[in-house]
Design a protein around this ligand. Structure first.
Ligand code: CUA
Length: 153
């Protein structure tokens, strides 16, 4: 084999190994693997499965809230969410039928909520106000009606 060929082959193999080491280190040592498919739920039994058997807004700690929410055609449960400004709010969500979206206008919250999976997002609403919540995944004939509001006081 030509000397230069050997050098280039060696270099490309080296780059591959280097990338594998970097990705492996991030995924396993730093725990940066993709979080999807972590928590699952039987989509037929959402109403009987904790915590979704009792959707609502719960105070979970000092200035910490959890919103347990189900999404279904074509609404959000609960749909009268009120949290204090500056509180850390964790949304725990799942869908009871098809894939829905959870987008909160004026924030960077934008998630897909799929049947069979539990979606979790934490956000702190610094500014009081009414935040519009929209479903941004096409989910059927009533998709454009699927919205609610979060009141931050
Ligand atoms: Cu739910 Cu679109």
């Amino acid at each position: 084999m030509h000397r230069l060929e050997e050098i280039w082959l060696g270099l490309s193999a080296g780059v591959l190994v280097l990338f594998m080491v970097i990705v492996g280190y991030q995924a396993f040592a730093l725990g940066m693997g993709p979080p999807s498919h972590k928590e699952t739920i039987d989509p037929q039994k959402v109403d009987q499965t904790e915590p979704f058997d009792k959707p609502g807004v719960y105070e979970t700690g000092e200035n910490e809230y959890e919103v347990v929410m189900t999404l279904q055609a074509f609404g959000f449960t609960p749909n009268d969410i009120e949290v204090p400004a500056g509180a850390e709010v964790t949304f725990t969500m799942t869908s009871k039928d098809v894939s829905h979206g959870f987008q909160v206008a004026g924030t960077n919250i934008n998630a897909m909520v799929m049947p069979g999976h539990i979606q979790e997002i934490t956000h702190t609403f610094e500014e009081p106000g009414n935040y519009l919540v929209l479903c941004n995944e096409y989910c059927g004939s009533g998709h454009q009606l699927m919205s609610t509001e979060i009141t931050v006081k």
